[in-house]
Write a protein that binds this ligand. Structure first.
Ligand code: UDP
Ligand code: MG
Length: 316
């Protein structure tokens, strides 16, 4: 099979028939073999009944229904597990992404041997309250992930080589960072394709302002997990030792200073009268706690079933 389309949806009943007809037209025009995997993320607007009807007309459609709403990442993850095509393409169900982009994405993955192509909604039809935070969010993600060639991490329209989606796991709200997850998993050929962005025709957006706060926290976790999950002590231990040594050094110095003053018969300040002493004390305690955290994290990761899980590229 050439292409698997993975489409998460939550309350998009009105858009679905138009979307499926359009996809079928594009696929038939290019004579691609394909499947459309529709993941109903616990909709309550009758989306599932629409999917059942659509499947009667088009056997290429597979429907998966969640009993409740788990979020876009969960839906994508289940879709990725089910996908069988050589190239897996994700898109939103709200008709904001155009199925006409599929052939270009497919061709580029195959011809340029890419791992992932992320869509770039260069010209957007969203309110300014969304576009400005989005710019900021993308800039921070670029800096932290080192993927400097992407402008738009969160675009729903993306194409992957099958191997990529089978090697990564998306959970929480991590769908915003799939390129970052793919990079951490060792897939380096990540490119971008300018895609058309259309205004939402039916229904409303499913993410409010909380997307920015949650998005930022997710970025921190993903960065930490990617870099240190296999060796947490290196992170906590380094900070802890530095903090402890700083506090210890300052305390020794304060005491030495006092002893020197006494031995010279000069006036001296009590160690406990000096603000610096209390700062040093805090640094020692914090340092020790960081060290202990590292120790516990190390024990946790020793017991993790993931501890010896590596991405293996090729074997001969
Ligand atoms: N979506 C989903 N589960 C959710 C929220 C959204 O599957 O809990 C789907 C939604 O139906 C759409 C896609 O994710 O197909 C993108 O959502 P939306 O268009 O609301 O996001 P926006 O375009 O505003 O970023
Ligand atoms: Mg949308």
């Amino acid at each position: 099979m050439n292409i698997s389309l993975v489409i998460p949806l939550y309350n998009e009943a009105e858009s679905l028939p138009e979307l499926c007809t359009w996809i079928k037209r594009v696929m038939d025009d290019h004579a691609y073999s394909y499947e459309i995997i529709l993941i109903d993320d616990g909709s309550n607007d009758g989306s599932w009944e629409v999917i059942e009807d659509l499947k009667k007309e088009n056997a290429a459609i597979t429907g998966i229904q969640f009993r409740r709403n788990y979020g876009k990442s969960a839906a994508l993850n289940v879709g990725f597990e089910a996908a069988q095509g050589e190239v897996v393409i994700t898109m939103d169900a709200d008709l904001q992404d155009s199925p006409d982009e599929i052939p270009v994405l497919y061709r580029r993955i195959q011809e340029e041997k890419l791992d992932l192509i992320s869509g770039w909604k260069k010209k957007r039809y969203d309110p300014i309250t969304k576009t400005i935070p989005t710019k900021l969010f993308n800039a921070v993600t670029r800096k932290m992930s080192g993927i400097n060639n992407l402008h738009d991490f969160n675009c729903g329209l993306k194409a992957y080589r099958k191997e990529v989606v089978k090697s990564i796991e998306v959970y929480g709200e991590m769908h915003r960072y799939i390129p970052v997850i793919a990079k951490w998993a060792g897939f380096k050929r990540i490119e971008e394709q300018v895609v058309e962005h259309r205004a939402r025709k039916y229904g409303t957006t499913k993410f409010g302002f909380s997307r920015f706060i949650n998005g930022f926290l997710d970025l921190l976790s993903i960065f930490f997990v990617g870099k240190f999950s296999k060796r947490p002590m290196h992170f906590f231990g380094t900070l802890g030792v530095l903090s402890f040594l700083a506090g210890f050094g300052i305390t020794v110095w304060l005491i030495a200073d006092k002893l020197i003053d006494i031995s010279k018969g000069l006036a001296y300040r009590n160690v406990t009268d000096q603000p610096l002493f209390y700062i040093a004390l805090v640094a020692i305690i914090v340092g020790f706690q960081l060290f202990l955290t590292g120790f516990i994290a190390e024990l946790v990761s020793r017991n993790s079933p993931e501890r010896n899980h590596y991405q293996i590229g090729k074997r001969i």
